[in-house]
Design a protein around this ligand. Structure first.
Ligand code: UT7
Length: 406
């Protein structure tokens, strides 16, 4: 069998045509506030021992009132842009994976685009619950490989604490807040996101859901369901253990590799028992699996990026490592991606860092001026109306536009 430099089996190229989507920047952001199992013991009938035994979680991070999916996402994105040493204007596309955005629209992606000052970028949100980051990786890599984009920012950002029913012990012990971001850039050097497999099964939609305010019909005799997480934990558990294994096997098979060619697996951080069960059935060594669920809980679309960023920063991922990231969640959705960690070195430059920070300030000023100009134009050209004042007041107070904390 042909082996490439470093004695590694070559990866079968699937329609890459000389355009590869490399990860060149990364960053994560978690809120400072820690909520321990002991804190949750005071809220619902549970115990630290039960939560640790059944989930592996000891503590999680919860956003304070000033944070939103936008502010967490912006902070993670800024770190990723800095690491990639690019400017906001270099971005062609921003994809945000989130299941806890403040609005159906505007998308979290558009609000992040505005605050970054990424004036050339298209921006949209993608909703695939906890599999969102894998879906975003697939969309970003597809755009780059097809020649539609050169540079794409993907962000997984969640504030699940605001859609959690804090009286439901079956869910409030699990979910938490955080964000992670990656910059993907085109290169003709083989590497980066080599293969992505995505799956769905809407027949299991009721196993894990968050009703929105938009309902086609509602039985008037009962109050409508609250916009919180409803979950059948046992069934989700069974589904998760099964699809995690099958998605890992499929993505590896598609590239002509074998499990023994994989250096590290980064699973969605939902429950330690799900991760352990899948790795046991694959017979994959546990020391090569990245796990941080004990400290962050389940941050949904942000869980894989946070775990990956942490692993890179701890030196657990080295140049030329082959990684599999794998996720599952509401929808039902699941998927996996195979990455070659061939990071093309970028030389950090102080001047560019200063320029980037200046551009962020400029972006805020431009955003404010744009809104002011729209308001003035409507008042002086078309005449004032009550709705103009209302809209201006709302956009000034709206949390998505608030100053992200450093
Ligand atoms: O990103 C994807 C999101 N979701 C998931 O990955 C969730 C997957 N599922 C799970 O993680 C687990 O099913 C849970 C952690 C949610 C629950 O663990 P389990 O071992 O599947 O427990 P269970 O639902 O089978 O419940 C066992 C018992 C029940 O009591 P009875 O009926 O046997 O008397 C529950 O009422 O444990 C009880 N229970 C609790 N007890 C103490 C459920 N939640 C709690 C709790 N503390 N927090």
């Amino acid at each position: 069998m042909t082996r490439r430099r470093g004695g590694k089996r070559p990866i079968r190229s699937n329609g890459e045509n000389g355009r590869y989507a490399h990860i060149t920047g990364w960053g994560a952001e978690v809120p400072e506030r820690v909520l321990t199992n002991h804190d949750i013991e005071k809220m619902v009938d549970t115990s630290d021992e039960w939560i640790r035994e059944r989930t592996g979680i000891s503590e999680r991070r919860i956003a304070d009132d000033r944070d939103t999916t936008v502010t967490l996402g912006i902070r993670a994105a800024r770190k990723a842009l800095k690491r990639a040493n690019i400017l906001p204007d270099d971005l062609d596309l921003i994809i945000v994976a989130t299941g806890s955005s403040e609005h159906l629209f505007p998308s979290t992606a558009c609000l992040i685009q505005d605050q970054l000052g990424a004036t050339r970028a298209g921006a949209f949100d993608l909703l695939a619950a906890c599999s969102g980051f894998i879906y975003a990786l697939g969309m970003a890599a597809g755009q780059i490989k097809s020649g539609q984009a050169q540079t794409v920012l993907i962000v997984g950002t969640e504030i699940f604490s605001r859609i959690t029913d804090w009286n439901d012990r079956g869910t409030c012990i699990l979910f938490a807040d955080g964000a992670g971001a990656f910059v993907l850039q085109v290169s003709d050097t083989p590497g980066g996101v080599r293969e992505v497999v995505l799956h769905s099964d809407g027949s299991g939609g009721d196993l894990l859901s968050v009703p929105s305010g938009v309902r086609a019909t509602w039985n008037g005799s009962e109050p409508p369901p609250k916009s919180v997480i409803y979950m059948n934990g046992r069934d989700v558990f069974r589904f998760a253990a099964r699809v995690m294994t099958s998605a890992i096997e499929e993505v590896i098979r598609n590239t002509g590799l074998m499990l023994s060619d994989i250096d590290v697996i980064i699973p969605h951080q939902a429950n330690l028992r799900i991760i352990d069960a899948s790795m046991r059935s694959l017979k994959f060594p546990s020391e090569r699996v990245i796990i941080n669920v004990e400290r962050y809980g389940n941050t949904s679309a942000a869980s894989i990026p946070i775990a990956l960023v942490e692993a890179v920063e701890q030196g657990r991922i080295k140049a030329n490592d082959r990684l599999v990231v794998v996720g599952f969640g509401g929808g039902l959705t699941w998927g996996a991606a195979l990455l070659e960690w061939d990071v093309i070195p970028t030389t950090a430059s102080y001047g560019r860092d200063v320029l980037r920070e200046g551009l962020y300030i400029l972006a805020r000023v431009r955003s404010l001026l744009n809104r002011m100009m729209r308001f003035l134009e409507s008042v002086f050209v078309r005449g004032p109306s009550k709705s103009h004042w209302r809209l201006l007041k709302r956009s000034e107070n709206s949390p998505p536009h608030s100053e992200p904390k450093k």
